[in-house]
Structure formats: structure tokens, C-alpha cells
Design a protein around this ligand. Sequence first.
Ligand SMILES: Nc1ncnc2c1ncn2[C@@H]1O[C@H](COP(=O)(O)OP(=O)(O)O)[C@@H](O)[C@H]1O
Ligand SMILES: [Mg+2]
Length: 47
Amino acid sequence: MPVIACVGQKGGVAKSTLSRALAVELARSGLSVHLADLDIDQGSQVD
Ligand SMILES: Nc1ncnc2c1ncn2[C@@H]1O[C@H](COP(=O)(O)OP(=O)(O)O)[C@@H](O)[C@H]1O
Ligand SMILES: [Mg+2]
């Protein structure tokens, strides 16, 4: 199972934005994707 990590200590540098975009495009290409956002603000969570 390949793992892609977008890591950086600084906030607001688009870790969550990039992670979401990667997850969406990989899923659209047919892969099964699990996205885990470990930022404290949980920026990739959707309602
Ligand atoms: N390429 C971009 N151009 C303009 N704004 C961006 C871009 N990438 C991210 N942002 C904005 O920057 C802010 C922080 O992005 P976010 O992905 O939440 O950062 P992080 O997860 O690293 O804290 C968000 O408001 C996001 O919409
Ligand atoms: Mg984030």
C-alpha cells in the first residue's frame, strides 16, 4: 500500500489543500484512497 505524506511544521502552507487535491485525483483515476489529515485544525475534514 503506497503512502504519500505531505509534511511540514508550519501552518498555512497548503498541506491540507495539496492532500485533498491528490486524494481527489487519485480516487478519480480509480484508486482506493484513504485521506488522514493530522493537522490540529483538521483542514481536510468535510461535513
Ligand atoms: N495555491 C494556493 N493559492 C492560494 N491559496 C491557497 C493555495 N493553496 C492553499 N491556499 C489557501 O491557504 C490556506 C491554508 O492552506 P491549508 O491547506 O489549510 O494549509 P495547511 O494544511 O498547511 O495548514 C487555505 O485558506 C487555502 O485555501
Ligand atoms: Mg492543514
